[in-house]
Design a protein around this ligand. Structure first.
Ligand SMILES: [Fe+2]
Length: 318
């Protein structure tokens, strides 16, 4: 039995907060699930969470908009490259038209036999909406934005990682996490993320040996990490011990992320992975369950910094 049940969230560093919020909530029709700040370091930066209205972990995309501190990174190899979300089979054309109408260049492509819409976040990070016949989750409906059940995003499909050395990443994914390799072609590798009974989700590995190394720091314009769901603490600690025992002693101690608890490990293929589980109460720990994502909230340990951080955040209207 696997210790992983699908993805928990995907996290990106982006550019302007307003364009980021509008892109995910208005263009893609996701809902705001939490609005807080980056818990690490000293620079005040928003941490915005988007997904299904109820905050189902398998739907969550999170962003750190870095425009105000003007910290930008370089996209490249040995780094996560593409954010992938699942859409209903047959809905690619709807999304190509919708994105193009809004001035976002979008084209229908196919990779590893899956039709998908390829486009970019305003900060430049590649995104794909992938038609996934193996996903029975309901669509994220957003009537206010004109997105109904037949077209709405279902949640995370996966991510593509760019690597210089496909063998090192292959070893990590199959031994450390572990995932199951389901394709090995001229396009790269595809791994299936364990998810008993849930939607199929994947990790795609793109072999790009000629592309310079991308930034690993928290820096605008780059994907920071991919979080997998362990469901509970026991599974997380078992998986953490397994990974550490393989020699990946740089896996972090458990960190308190308020709504979930996380450990982080750098893969030899460059992508940063997180293993996380949602704590009891989840998103409703600091907002009413039927109004999550509607206010700016700070964790209790930032009580003494709240005023300073609020003053330092980039203005935006939510
Ligand atoms: Fe995370």
């Amino acid at each position: 039995m696997s210790l992983i049940t699908g993805y928990h969230h995907l996290t990106l560093s982006t550019d302007g907060v307003q364009e980021d919020y509008d892109f995910y909530t208005k263009t893609l029709g996701l809902h705001s699930v939490k609005r807080t700040v980056l818990f690490d370091g000293v620079v005040p930066v928003y941490h915005l969470y988007y997904g299904a209205r109820n905050g189902d972990a398998s739907t969550i995309i999170t962003t750190f908009p870095f425009k105000k501190p003007a910290i930008y990174g370089r996209r490249g190899s040995n780094q996560s490259k593409i954010v992938q979300q699942a859409i209903p089979v047959g809905s690619c054309d709807f999304w190509v038209n919708r994105l193009n109408e809004r001035g976002i260049a979008a084209t229908k492509i196919s990779r590893f036999g899956a039709d998908r819409v390829s486009f970019k976040h305003p900060c430049g990070i590649p995104h794909e909406l992938v038609e996934n016949p193996g996903d029975a989750r309901p669509s994220i409906v957003n009537e206010a934005q004109g997105i109904g059940a037949e077209h709405g995003i279902k949640g995370i499909y996966g991510a593509a990682v760019s690597v210089m050395d496909r063998a090192a990443m292959d070893d990590f994914l199959t031994i450390a996490l572990p995932m199951t390799k389901i394709a090995d072609t001229h396009e790269g590798l595809v791994f299936s993320v364990p998810n008993a009974g849930g939607p199929t989700s994947v990790l795609e590995v793109l072999h790009e040996p000629g592309v310079p190394q991308g930034t690993w720091t928290l820096a605008g314009g780059t994907i920071h990490h991919l979080a997998l769901n362990t469901g509970d603490e026991a599974n997380q600690l078992k998986l953490r011990a397994h990974i550490e025992g393989l020699g990946f002693t740089d896996i972090s101690e458990q960190k308190d992320r308020m709504y979930f608890k996380s450990c982080y490990v750098r893969s030899p293929g460059g992508a940063l992975f997180e293993i996380a589980w949602t704590v009891p109460g989840g998103w409703a720990k600091d907002e009413p369950a039927d109004a999550i994502g509607t206010t700016l909230v700070f964790p209790p340990w930032f009580a003494d910094r709240q005023a300073e951080m609020e003053a330092g955040l980039e203005p935006a209207s939510f």
